[in-house]
Design a protein. Structure first.
Length: 206
């Protein structure tokens, strides 16, 4: 978030922190944002119920953890989907831009696999990398369709919050044995692709 602010200010895209915050909370189509955000959250929640391993915490901990996870993870979306992804899309197509973003986003989590205190210590890095790549595409679609950085922040935070109720790490370790997860990935990819095609058709028809 800090790096994004410095870059935008240096290139005169924003003048001050007020404009930066305004850009984060901009929303040009609230109904579309809500529908798409809820759709992704429902998909991930169903996946957690079907394939996640329950912890001892009750379901309402997802809500309690959400504000914490906005600061403890979601806020990084300001850099990934709020700046890097759309900047890359000015030069590359959506798929290439997503793969480049994912290739940076995945190593970003390496320390959580290396340190014994990390929440992914001794987990499957390959399974986690595939998971993040698919969600890079979903989050890129969410921003491209809604132009809402905060929607991406909420999606990221919600996924992290589910970790309070379901042990995601065990899900990654068993990947790809959970065949149903392929269905989850396929849903995200299909929804994202349909939205991209729809956007392209609107641009061509103008």
């Amino acid at each position: 978030m800090i790096a994004t602010y410095i870059v935008l200010k240096r290139h005169s895209d924003i003048k001050n922190i007020k404009e930066f915050i305004k850009r984060i909370f901009e929303n040009f189509n609230k109904s579309k944002t809500i529908i798409l955000l809820i759709t992704y959250c429902v998909i991930i929640f169903i996946a957690a119920i079907l394939y996640g391993t329950r912890t001892d915490y009750p379901f309402y901990y997802i809500i309690i953890a959400l504000p914490v996870m906005i600061l403890g993870g979601g806020i990084e979306e300001i850099g990934w989907r709020g700046f890097l992804q759309p900047s890359l899309e000015k030069k590359y197509n959506i798929i290439t831009a997503t793969l480049i973003t994912a290739s940076i986003w995945i190593p970003w989590h390496t320390i959580t696999f290396v340190l014994e205190s990390g929440n992914h210590y001794q987990d499957s890095f390959i399974g986690f990398a595939i998971w993040l790549t698919v969600w890079s595409y979903g989050a890129a679609t969410l921003y491209r369709t809604t132009k809402s950085v905060f929607a991406c922040v909420l999606l990221h935070a919600f996924i992290n919050s589910i970790g309070a109720v379901f042990n995601w790490n065990l899900l990654f370790d068993s990947f790809p044995n959970k065949i149903g997860m392929y269905v989850v990935f396929a849903l995200i990819i299909v929804i994202s692709t349909v939205l991209h095609i729809n956007d392209q058709n609107k641009i061509k028809s103008r």
